[in-house]
Write a protein that binds this ligand. Structure first.
Ligand SMILES: Cc1cc2nc3c(=O)[nH]c(=O)nc-3n(C[C@H](O)[C@H](O)[C@H](O)COP(=O)(O)OP(=O)(O)OC[C@H]3O[C@@H](n4cnc5c(N)ncnc54)[C@H](O)[C@@H]3O)c2cc1C
Length: 271
C-alpha cells in the first residue's frame, strides 16, 4: 500500500488527536512529513493510516511562560523558531542551530516535535536543546510527563515515546549566561553535521553536548566540571570518550580529531 492509499486521520484539537492516538495505535503520526516522506518514498514504511497533526492549532504555540521559560509547541516549524524575535534575542544559539538545518524549504515544513521524535543521530537541534537543558513534554489520554532530551532519545531512531503518546511541547529553561552552537559539515553546506557541538554556561557551570558522532547526543558532566578555562583539555577528553561512528560524513578517527577542535572552539566562543 502507498501513503496515498492510507487512511487520513486529521483531528483539529489536541484532545481529539490524543484520543485517536490511543484508539489507533496502527496509525503513523505525521508532522511536517520531511522525514516520514523519505521513508515512505523509499519503501521503508508503508503506513495504513496517517494521524496528521497539521490542523491542531494548540501544537503551533510558541510562548514565553512565567519565569522566562520558552515553550515550543511540537508543530512549530524550524523556520518559525529561527525567525522569532524573542528566541533570537534570548536564545540566539538556539535560533542559530535551527537556522543551519537543511534549506529554507525543509525548515518551512520540518517541526520541532518531528526532529526530536525521529531521533536521527545526525540532526542539529537535539544537541543544542540538550545543552540548554530543554525537556520534552509527552502527553497521552492517561496524562503527561516531562523528560530530558537525554532520556527522550534512546538510540538510533529510537525514543521513549509510548505508542499512545504524542510529543506536544518542548520547554527550554530561561536563557543561560552564554550558549553557542557549532556545526561541522564535511560534504556540502546543506548537509547534516559530521560533528555538532553545543555548549552553554549557566551560573558558572559548563555543559557541552556533542551530536552526530554516536547514536545519541554525548554529554560528560565530569569532564565539563573542569570548567570553561580548560577548553583544550575538555576538547581532548571529549575526543577520547565519545566512541564515534564511521559513516559517509567521516571515519571514527576523523570525528575524534574534529571533536577535539570543535569542542575547544565552542568553549572559547562562550567566553
Ligand atoms: C533534504 C533534507 C535535509 C535535511 N538536513 C538536515 C540537517 O542538516 N540537520 C538536521 O537536523 N536535520 C535535517 N533534516 C531532517 C529534518 O530536520 C527532519 O526531517 C525534520 O525535522 C522532521 O520533522 P517533520 O516535522 O518533517 O517530521 P515528520 O517527518 O512528519 O515525522 C518524523 C517522525 O516523528 C514522528 N512524529 C512527528 N511528530 C511527532 C509528535 N509530535 N509526537 C510523536 N511522534 C511524532 C513521526 O511519526 C515520524 O516517525 C533534513 C531533511 C531533509 C528532507
Amino acid at each position: 500500500m502507498s501513503a496515498a492509499a492510507a487512511e487520513w486521520l486529521a483531528p483539529s484539537t489536541l484532545d481529539a488527536a490524543l484520543a485517536l492516538r490511543a484508539e489507533r495505535v496502527d496509525a503513523t503520526v505525521l508532522a511536517g512529513g520531511t522525514f516520514l516522506g523519505i521513508l515512505v518514498n523509499q519503501g521503508f514504511v508503508e503506513p495504513t493510516a496517517l494521524l496528521s497533526l497539521g490542523q491542531v492549532a494548540e501544537l503551533r504555540a510558541l510562548e514565553l511562560a512565567g519565569g522566562g521559560e520558552l515553550r515550543i509547541g511540537a508543530m512549530v516549524t524550524h523556520r518559525t523558531l529561527e525567525r522569532d524575535p524573542r528566541v533570537r534575542e534570548r536564545w540566539p544559539a538556539l535560533a542559530h542551530a535551527f537556522s543551519l538545518v537543511a534549506s529554507p524549504r525543509v525548515r518551512n515544513q520540518a517541526t520541532v516535535g518531528g526532529v526530536l521524535a525521529d531521533a536521527d543521530y545526525a540532526s542539529d537541534p537535539p544537541a543544542m536543546l540538550a545543552a540548554l537543558e530543554a525537556r520534552a513534554v509527552l502527553r497521552s489520554a492517561r496524562g503527561e510527563r516531562e523528560v530530558a532530551i537525554d532520556d527522550l532519545i534512546l538510540g538510533y531512531y529510537e525514543t521513549c515515546i509510548a505508542p499512545d503518546e504524542l510529543l506536544v511541547e518542548v520547554r527550554v529553561p530561561p536563557a543561560p549566561a552564554a550558549a553557542v552552537y557549532r556545526k561541522f559539515r564535511s560534504r556540502s553546506s546543506e548537509d547534516r553535521p559530521c560533528v555538532a557541538v553545543a555548549a552553554a554556561l549557566r551560573g558558572g557551570a559548563l555543559r557541552v553536548v556533542v551530536g552526530a558522532v554516536a547514536d545519541t547526543p554525548q554529554h560528560f558532566p565530569d569532564v565539563c566540571a573542569l570548567g570553561a578555562a580548560h577548553a583544550a583539555e575538555i576538547g581532548a577528553a571529549y575526543a577520547e570518550r565519545i566512541a564515534p561512528i564511521d559513516d559517509a560524513r567521516g571515519s571514527a578517527a576523523y570525528r575524534r580529531r574534529v571533536t577535539a577542535v570543535e569542542v575547544r572552539r565552542a568553549i572559547e566562543a562562550l567566553a
